[in-house]
Design a protein around this ligand. Structure first.
Ligand code: ACO
Length: 400
């Protein structure tokens, strides 16, 4: 390995790997996905067992710190997070400066959540003296200083939860409630939003386990890419949030749901899918880079849908989603390419059954992934500092 590294310095090897389909950029011991067998393991525990035995708060600890937490450990994080969730006036002002809805030429639609999140996170970052200092630091501030990193990581998660809750309250003209030190991340998110139904918390405490980490996703890679510049975790997670909103990634939830609305009834599914195929378009909520079989999270989401059958069935679009899955499962275009339903196709129904609109669903899903992405950032701090800087292959002519 050392010989190879030395010889590559003098004669660089350039490999074109479009979309990083074949090259790994990190060594990690957090999550293992087997895309052929359709399995996910967090810290070597199969996701099914974790899903049935624990709630999200336990899994968040497991993913970040490597073990299921004691009550004392939970209390410690709860307190630190709830303290950091209290927004300074600058954050409240920046969120409330956005219009709650935007007048379109034909109709009025909700203001986009995503730019509001970026603004809220920036305002939080500007109010945090450690985070601000990182940007002017000339040496690695968090590498090898895991205690400082852990404090900043906990605050980063808290900032995102508070930002999302403020946006929700602003858009829905609700009163924002202050967080409490004895509540979990999820418990406080719902409290701040003013959602009091205990069934919502029970359901999300399970659903979020499925979204908690997914190894080197596009957004997690963005967090690490930004993090490799030694930037602070709030800035790094903001890079991940931007990627998380893209249509081929987390934004697919929104587009899948929009397609269900356009289709309207199960009978209209076949011509809709045929049109997508003819145009070379994408069926959102379908396909995955890693899985060549069914995404194992889909079966667990179906269990949750079963538990909330009445509320879920009240949404007529569920029948549209099921008709899409049935049609695509039997269609040669999808079967030959190994395209199956991903976790985005059905997950949105749990959220809509609980009354969230799609724009808010992406935001909340991104929050549920944030501890996972930051676990990777934390893991990177235990490895040597290395700036991420991919190669390109120059293909235009050179004059000399
Ligand atoms: N609908 C129609 N065709 C598709 C789809 C789809 N959803 N996904 C892939 N294909 C086709 C491509 O057109 C391509 O066909 P070709 O071989 O004839 O050119 C082939 O399948 C391979 O597609 P790639 O884009 O090369 O596959 P990749 O593994 O890079 O794509 C991705 C993965 C981006 C998720 C893709 O399946 C997709 O666009 N899906 C829809 C968006 C979506 O649901 N994203 C959420 C993913 S889960 C998450 O990130 C939270």
């Amino acid at each position: 390995r050392d010989d190879l590294a030395t010889s590559l310095k003098t004669r660089p090897l350039h490999i074109i790997d479009n979309g990083f389909q074949h090259t790994a950029c990190m060594e990690s011991s957090i999550t293992h996905i087997d895309g052929i067998r359709g399995t996910i393991r967090y810290r070597d525990f199969p996701i099914e067992g974790l899903f049935h035995e624990y709630v999200y708060e336990d899994i968040m600890h497991l993913i970040i710190w490597g073990s299921i937490p004691t009550q004392q450990q939970k209390d410690h994080v709860r307190e630190a997070m709830s303290n950091a969730m209290k927004p300074p006036q600058s954050v409240k002002d920046v969120i409330s400066s956005f219009p709650a809805s935007i007048a379109d030429s034909n109709h009025s639609r909700d203001a986009e959540t995503f730019p509001m999140i970026i603004a809220g996170m920036s305002a939080f970052a500007a109010s945090d003296s450690v985070i601000c200092k990182t940007r002017h630091q000339q040496s690695a501030m968090f590498h090898g200083h895991l205690e400082v990193a852990d404090e900043a990581l906990v605050r980063t998660i808290a900032y995102l939860a508070a930002t999302i809750s403020l946006i929700y309250c602003h858009k829905n003209e609700r009163q924002w409630n202050a967080p409490e030190p004895n509540r979990s991340l999820l418990g406080n998110l719902l409290l701040m939003m003013g959602i009091t139904d205990p069934q919502v918390e029970r359901c999300l405490a399970k659903l979020w386990i499925l979204y908690a980490d997914h190894e080197m996703t596009n957004s997690t890679a963005a967090v690490l890419h930004a993090g490799s510049t030694l930037i602070d975790p709030v800035s790094a997670i903001t890079a991940g949030i931007i990627c998380g909103y893209g249509p081929l990634h987390g934004g697919a939830i929104d587009l899948a749901y929009e397609a269900f609305r356009q289709i309207g009834t199960p009978e209209r599914v076949p011509p809709f899918i045929e049109r997508i195929k003819a145009k070379g378009g994408r069926l959102f909520g379908y396909g995955h880079r890693v899985y060549k079989t069914r995404d194992p999270r889909v079966a667990l989401i179906e269990e949750l849908l079963e538990d909330h059958r009445e509320a879920v069935d009240a949404n007529p679009l569920l029948r549209v989603a099921m008709a899409i899955d049935k049609y695509a499962n039997q269609d040669a275009y999808f079967t030959e390419r190994g395209l199956k339903a991903n976790a985005d196709l059905m997950g949105c129904f749990l959220y809509t059954a609980m009354g969230f609109d799609t724009d808010m669903i992406i935001a909340i899903t991104i929050l549920s992934r944030t501890p996972g992405a930051l676990a990777h950032w934390r893991e990177s701090l235990t490895q040597p500092v290395k700036l991420w800087r991919p190669q390109q292959k120059y293909v235009a002519p050179l004059a000399n």
